[in-house]
Design a protein around this ligand. Structure first.
Ligand code: F6R
Length: 369
């Protein structure tokens, strides 16, 4: 049932082109307009929303961080992302005009469910982005937007993460369409670009040989840092989480801009640092800032492992290794840039002889608070 792969995780990483394609399937009508059939929330309610709060845990929360960047850019609605267990135990400002979006693979995470219940008590509208049909979170929410990643068996989330990000993009585009803002003309273009993503993920998988080789060389590594900016920041945090949970290696993800505010003190000769680089074709300032971050850590001896777009020559002089991903727009890039990091963690843990499908101390769905 592992389909010839060594582990479910390996298989699920390779299923990702399908997870994204299936999540995109059947979402437009004959005229190309987005229709989210499962969205049983009145359009007038969605038009009146003045704030979105994404609640989730772990990897699903990182999908929420990516959603924030995309939804704010496309819809001009403020989006907050909060760990579900923190949201529940403070006194969050939530009311009838708030859309609370719960993101969960299992649909059973107790922390996230309690956050949904709390939001409903405050009068908010609740929407679940969930992978598992018939689970509790979508049942208790006002509406559900299902991801179609298929069952995820490995404890560490991979294909569900990509499907969550895809669904969050669909939600953002749908809200932009509904509210008819100035971005509305570009929705079809983003959808076209999204439809090209599964092939591009396949290309990343096809060229993963080098990242696997590096991972196998790094079995004795004690600590790995991950840097990113903009949507690359949640990708960096996700890369670090995967490495912690699978390989039991100390790992931390930082916003690259924070480096000089503290973390750069951690850099000593030989320290491996993954850097997630945004497209040089996007906003220039973003790209050039991260190139200077790479130079700064390189100058202090870091071993720089760079994830960059094909054709990005500017990073090469400062990179010990470059793992390339196909070109796409800045906001959609996480669907590609996270894949080498998943493969890195999975391969390194496998090389250490660990069970990547069942990491120690973890359960697939956390149904206690
Ligand atoms: C990480 C991982 C966890 C889950 C988190 C939320 O690989 O699997 O961080 O993402 O426990 O689980 P769901 O999405 O089921 O609510």
């Amino acid at each position: 049932e592992k389909g010839g792969f060594r582990s479910f995780m390996d298989k699920e990483i390779h299923d990702q082109p399908h997870a994204v394609a299936d999540t995109l399937l059947g979402r437009t009508d004959a005229t190309g307009r987005l229709v989210l059939d499962e969205m049983r929330i009145d359009e007038s309610v969605l038009r009146a929303v003045d704030k979105i709060v994404v609640v989730a845990c772990g990897t699903a929360a990182y999908a929420g961080h990516v959603a924030k960047y995309a939804i704010e850019h496309w819809c001009r609605i403020p989006v907050e992302v909060e760990l579900a267990h923190e949201f529940r135990y403070r006194d969050p400002v939530v009311n009838e005009r708030t859309l609370v979006v719960a993101v969960s693979q299992s649909g059973e995470t107790m922390d996230t469910l309690m956050a949904v219940r709390h939001a409903k008590e405050q009068g908010a509208t609740t929407l679940a982005i969930v992978n598992t049909h018939g689970s509790t979170i979508p049942r208790e929410s006002d509406a559900a937007l299902y991801t179609h990643a298929g069952p995820e068996i490995a404890v560490a989330s991979t294909k569900a993460f990509l499907a969550q990000i895809t669904a969050a993009y669909l939600l953002g585009l749908y809200l932009a369409q509904l509210r008819g803002n100035k971005f509305a003309d570009e929705i079809a273009l983003v959808l076209d670009e999204l439809r090209e993503i599964p092939d591009k993920i396949q290309q990343v998988l096809d060229r993963a040989g080098r990242v696997r080789e590096i991972a196998r060389w790094m079995v004795d590594t004690q600590s790995v840092l991950f840097l990113g900016r903009h949507v690359g920041y949640p990708v960096a945090m996700e890369g670090a989480l995967k490495l912690k949970e699978l390989a039991y290696i100390h790992a931390e993800g930082f916003a690259a801009g924070e480096l000089k505010h503290g973390p750069i003190a951690l850099i000593e000769p030989g320290q491996p640092v993954f850097v997630v680089v945004p497209s040089p074709r996007g906003r220039d300032s973003l790209h050039s800032k991260i190139v200077s971050n790479i130079q700064e850590i390189r100058a202090r001896g870091a071993r720089t492992l760079v994830i960059a777009e094909e054709g990005d020559e500017a990073v090469r002089p400062f990179a010990d290794e470059v793992f390339t991903v196909p070109q796409t727009s800045t906001l959609l890039a996480p669907l590609l840039t996270v894949v080498p990091l998943q493969i890195f963690a999975c391969e390194l843990a496998t090389a250490k002889g660990l069970d990547v499908d069942q990491p120690r101390n973890l359960a697939k769905s956390v149904t206690v608070e």
